[in-house]
Write a protein that binds this ligand. Structure first.
Ligand code: NAD
Length: 252
């Protein structure tokens, strides 16, 4: 395979925790300067510090991915701090609050779509010119098994947002392929992160899900980071518009 001298940095939204945090470490391990973007400034700074302590290069900025001006300001600051255009975008920022349909508020429905879907759109728009200029790019959207299967009761808003990410990313793959920008989805099954804990899943429920999973465990953030790492690597240069689902076999 022809080796390519890459120039640029990797922007990870939701990089302050869970899956996004593990992706920051994986991409730093691959040699990417890492731009950590998160609504929580403290968590983003913490991860950037850990990447630097491990020998990598990283900077952090706080922004709400659903707010255009915040995204544009943060991306511009990260570009200048890292001294490089963005060549990789991994959109991992997310929220998940359970709500049965009858009790699902318009506010929660809109907020969930805004973070996952509008956030993806705004972040892609903020970095795509960098990728077009270089005629090289990698876009990875973190969806969910819920976006493929519906997931279960009380997450219709979350499933809608995650399914939307699949269509959005496939359309991007068609539009941006001629510029050598690959666009793929990673759709994890249940992963042990603060999001799952905050959503209120009990230990008993988690153990029951492990018992039912063909691989007999729930996932770790590193399981998802490995899938993202593959899609970002040169080995995946012919892979675009795909959904890769690290889920332990729960969705077959
Ligand atoms: P997490 O809570 O550990 O991390 C999510 C991060 O996103 C947090 O640091 C949070 O501060 C940040 N964030 C939230 N809203 C934001 C906003 N508006 N702007 C910027 N940052 C924001 O959760 P996680 O489990 O690591 O989730 C990461 C992604 O993976 C999410 O999109 C989630 O939907 C998806 N996912 C998670 C699981 C799972 O089981 N944990 C499964 C499938 C998909």
């Amino acid at each position: 395979m022809q080796l390519r001298v890459r120039r640029g940095a990797a922007l990870i939204t939701g990089g302050g925790s869970g899956i996004g945090r593990a992706v920051c470490f994986e991409l730093a391990r691959q040699g990417w300067p890492v731009a950590v973007l998160d609504i929580d400034a403290g968590k983003a700074e913490q991860v950037a510090g850990e990447v630097c302590a491990g020998g990598g290069s990283a900077h952090a900025q706080a922004a709400d991915v659903s707010v255009e001006a915040e995204v544009r300001t943060a991306v511009a600051a990260l570009r200048s701090q890292l001294g490089a255009p963005m060549a990789v975008l991994v959109h991992a920022a997310g929220i998940c609050t359970f709500a049965p349909l009858a009790a699902l508020s318009v506010e929660l429905f809109d907020r969930t779509l805004a973070v996952h879907l509008r956030g993806a759109f705004l972040c892609v728009q903020a970095v795509v010119q960098d990728m077009l200029d270089q005629q090289w790019g990698r876009i990875v959207a973190i969806s969910s098994v819920a976006g493929l299967s519906g997931g279960g009761p009380a997450i219709s808003h979350y499933a809608a947002a995650k399914a939307g990410l699949v269509g959005f990313t496939k359309a991007l793959a068609l539009e941006l392929g001629p510029a050598n920008i690959t666009c793929n989805v990673v759709a994890p099954g249940l992963i042990d992160t603060p999001l799952v804990r905050a959503a209120g899943l009990s230990e008993e429920t988690l153990r029951e899900m492990e018992r039912r999973a063909p691989l007999k465990r729930i996932g770790q953030p590193e399981d998802v980071a490995a899938a993202v790492g593959y899609l970002v690597s040169e080995q995946a240069s012919f892979v675009t518009g795909q959904v890769l689902s690290p889920n332990g076999g729960v969705y077959l």
